[in-house]
Design a protein around this ligand. Structure first.
Ligand code: NAD
Ligand code: TYD
Length: 354
């Protein structure tokens, strides 16, 4: 029997990179279930849309009936669960969707997965995996001298987004411990790369810099994030799916902590280099704006367990990854035009006007 992976949220940033990478690297079939919220974009997957090993289904992870039908029809050997509301700033303005998708939706998906898994024969049961994709934000915020987050760091989520992801992590853990569901959880640091929706720091700054618009840096710009190139995250997920031990969690990070201001300055310099023609440096567009409420100061990941046990380490350096990313956004004006219409413009106008 060949592998069939049910991917949730595969039209989003990381999910679409994962699907494209796996379609090329593996012989598995992929069923992509995505609700197509503002963050989902089928354009990302145009190159595989009519591939015989790929199927797209529009729907909600909270729709138990639909999930049941998908399990019956496709008989997947694994579920990789990306679907989530994922933007911290949106979770601050309106947490309800985060509770509905990240908590209730994950619960519905777990219930249907448990029922399906329970119906498999022993050999299929032993082979089946559910991989839950989560975030470093569940661990809260670090001080400047604190050691990075390890798998046994206590959860201390600070934003509604982080709290909803923490709740989903706990549910996944409970389904393993209580029912024996062969579930794995990965907690990853900030990703960057192609297809990221331009309300997140890196694409927002690239596009604003290109267009000569202000570059809104929250607070003093010294908040630190640990940045990982999205393709490295996708190979880490594939590695955990293949070799991880059910019931375990694995922290994934880039070993690349940087303050926001440094990221923004690097982007300015790269845009100056790749899109010359402005009289002054894009750095002059940097504007310090009101801080995000409850803004976590520092995230850093201790990714030694996944390296020690599964042999995964990031391949891309930040210098090469950010260069590729800036280049991609500058070269894909059509994609950008598509995703920055309507509701996106409204979000930017509301969020940055206060
Ligand atoms: P994204 O917002 O770009 O994509 C989320 C996708 O899920 C979209 O395609 C959306 O349409 C879909 N979706 C939302 N609600 C749904 C629902 N109820 N049913 C079905 N589909 C639904 O997010 P992303 O950045 O690709 O993140 C993917 C996952 O990785 C999330 O679980 C997130 O918490 C986690 N994560 C992200 C990062 C990061 O830096 N982006 C870092 C660590 C972990
Ligand atoms: P973001 O991309 O929203 O990811 P997260 O909140 O999940 O880390 O933000 C990354 C960092 O950049 C975070 O410290 C907030 C900051 N930031 C700004 O300074 N300005 C902005 O316009 C945005 C969107 C983020």
């Amino acid at each position: 029997m060949s592998d069939t992976i049910l991917v949730t949220g595969g039209a989003g940033f990381i999910g679409s990179n994962f699907i494209l990478q796996r379609m090329e690297a593996d012989s598995c079939a992929i069923v992509n279930l995505d609700k197509l919220t503002y963050a989902g974009n089928l354009r990302n997957l145009e190159s595989v849309a009519s591939h015989p090993r790929y199927e797209f289904v529009q729907g909600d992870i909270g729709d138990s009936r639909l999930i049941r039908q998908l399990f019956e029809k496709y008989r997947p050997t694994a579920v990789v669960h990306f679907a989530a509301e994922s933007h911290v700033d949106r979770s601050i303005r309106g947490p309800a969707d985060f509770i509905a998708t990240n908590i209730d939706g994950t619960f519905a998906l777990l219930e249907e997965t448990r029922a399906y898994w329970g119906s498999l024969d022993e050999r299929q049961k032993a082979r089946f995996r559910l991989l839950h994709v989560s975030t470093d934000e569940v661990y809260g915020s670090l001080g400047p001298g604190d050691p990075p987050f390890a798998e046994n760091t206590q959860y201390a989520p600070n934003s509604p987004y982080a709290a909803s992801k923490a709740a989903s992590d706990h549910l996944v853990r409970a389904y393993h411990h209580t029912y024996g569901l062969p579930a794995l959880t990965t907690n990853c640091s900030n990703n960057y790369g192609r297809f990221q929706f331009p309300e997140k720091l890196i694409p927002l700054m690239i596009l604003n810099a290109k267009e000569g618009k202000p570059l809104p840096v929250y607070g003093d710009g010294k908040n630190v994030r640990d940045w990982l190139y999205v393709e490295d995250h996708c190979t880490a997920i594939a590695t955990v799916l293949q070799k991880g031990r059910p019931g375990e969690t694995y922290n994934i990070g880039g070993w690349n902590e940087k303050p926001n201001i440094e990221i923004v300055q690097m982007i300015c310099d790269l845009v100056d280099e790749m899109a010359p023609g402005r009289a002054s440096s894009r750095r002059e567009l940097i504007t310090f704006v009101k801080d995000r409420p409850g803004h976590d100061r520092r995230y850093a990941m201790d990714a030694r367990k996944i390296e020690r046990e599964l042999g995964w380490r990031p391949k891309e350096t930040f210098e090469s990854g950010i260069r590729k990313t800036v280049h991609w956004y500058l070269e894909h004006e059509d994609w950008v035009r598509d995703v920055t219409s309507g509701s996106y413009r409204q979000w930017i106008a509301t969020h940055y006007s206060v």
